[in-house]
Ligand binder design. Structure first.
Ligand SMILES: Cc1cc2nc3c(=O)[nH]c(=O)nc-3n(C[C@H](O)[C@H](O)[C@H](O)COP(=O)(O)OP(=O)(O)OC[C@H]3O[C@@H](n4cnc5c(N)ncnc54)[C@H](O)[C@@H]3O)c2cc1C
Length: 308
């Protein structure tokens, strides 16, 4: 299929007419919807209001090769400066639900991790405290198998539901089917996660609150604020990407509007109004320097949209 302006106009008109609780936009800028705050827009953007509308979108685009992407909280995503010639789905407020029944937690895919972490602690549960410092959505965290402080999503997820936008078919995956590994899962780029079930344990509220405070303090002391998307590279086995980057002399290294954080070498910061291409060039430079110095090739943890 050739993606022409007519295709996007038709798709836009179709969604405006058929979706009941969604916002549809043409050529929506995406940069500000990510924590890097850089990059261009997409052809059609739908902030999906509820499951019915998501099903209607899936029904329209299934079995086509219309390029699609699901945007979560944009905290691990770099958008190309020329944007994404495709359809971007963003799950809106209708996917932010959160309920707790005993040790089970039922979260919409758009619920934000720090909120889920604090709410589960307040309900007397333990096992999700680590997520208080990860600014992603539950859907994005499942796709990434997000983690930290000795834990990750695989330790508590018991079931995930969603819809495959390529086939229009719903899916429900058990923990085993999610095939979690370090910052990876079986979720593909056409599968939109809509619901996540966690299995936590009964805990001690005071102890968990203390853990949350320690994590928040650690984050403030060790990680930079500003425009970044957390760790740029995954840690190679038995080592830390941050240590290697620092030892290769890259702290503070700058290319154009992007620079390696002085506070944590595995974070790349972007200036206000900066360019995604500078992040790419700097990422490559850092990767090359670490390879030359230590013979270790770092893998990206960030995901990319609109780069060919
Ligand atoms: C300051 C900072 C600290 C961070 N610390 C950590 C950390 O400690 N540990 C860690 O693991 N990460 C960390 N991150 C990275 C990031 O927060 C996680 O990877 C998070 O899980 C990404 O979720 P998101 O909703 O922002 O996803 P996005 O960035 O929007 O998307 C990431 C990927 O998930 C996909 N996706 C998003 N939503 C869905 C959905 N509903 N269904 C299917 N696919 C979806 C996207 O298509 C994309 O491929 C940090 C980021 C920042 C900015």
């Amino acid at each position: 299929m050739r993606e022409t302006p007519q295709l996007w106009d038709e798709l836009y008109e179709f969604f405006v007419e058929s979706l009941e609780q969604s916002e549809v936009k043409l050529h929506e800028p995406l940069g500000e919807k990510t924590t890097y705050r850089s990059g261009g827009g997409c052809s059609v953007f739908v902030e999906v209001g509820n499951v019915n509308d998501l099903n209607a979108v899936a029904d329209r685009i299934k079995n086509t090769d219309i390029p699609i992407a699901v945007l979560g909280n944009g905290s691990n995503l770099l958008i190309s400066d020329s944007g994404f010639n495709g359809l971007v789905l963003y799950l809106g407020d209708g996917f932010k639900s959160l309920s707790i029944d005993g040790e089970k937690v039922f979260a919409g895919a758009a619920a934000i991790l720090p909120v889920v972490a604090r709410r589960t602690v307040a309900a007397g549960l333990t096992g999700f405290e680590w997520a208080v410092g990860v600014p992603g959505s539950m859907g994005g965290a499942v796709r990434m198998n997000a983690g930290g402080h000795g834990s990750d999503m695989s330790k508590s997820v018991s079931r995930v539901e969603g819809i495959d936008l390529a086939s229009g078919e719903p899916f429900a995956f058990s923990l085993r089917q999610l095939n979690f590994s370090y910052r990876e899962s079986s979720i593909t780029s056409t599968q939109a996660v809509t619901k996540v079930v966690l299995n936590l344990a009964k805990g001690n509220i005071e102890k968990s609150e203390e853990e949350i405070s320690d994590i928040v303090r650690w984050r403030v002391e060790n990680q930079p604020g500003g425009q970044n998307a957390g760790s740029v590279f995954t840690n190679p086995k038995g080592d830390s990407a941050g240590r290697l980057i620092e030892a290769a002399g890259c702290k503070g290294l700058r290319i154009g509007t992007a620079y390696v954080s002085e506070k944590h070498a595995n974070f790349i910061q972007v200036d206000r109004g900066g360019k995604s291409q500078d992040v790419i060039s700097l990422t490559e430079e850092v990767r090359n320097r670490v390879l030359e110095e230590f013979g270790i090739e770092l893998d990206s943890e960030n995901h990319f949209l609109g780069f060919n």
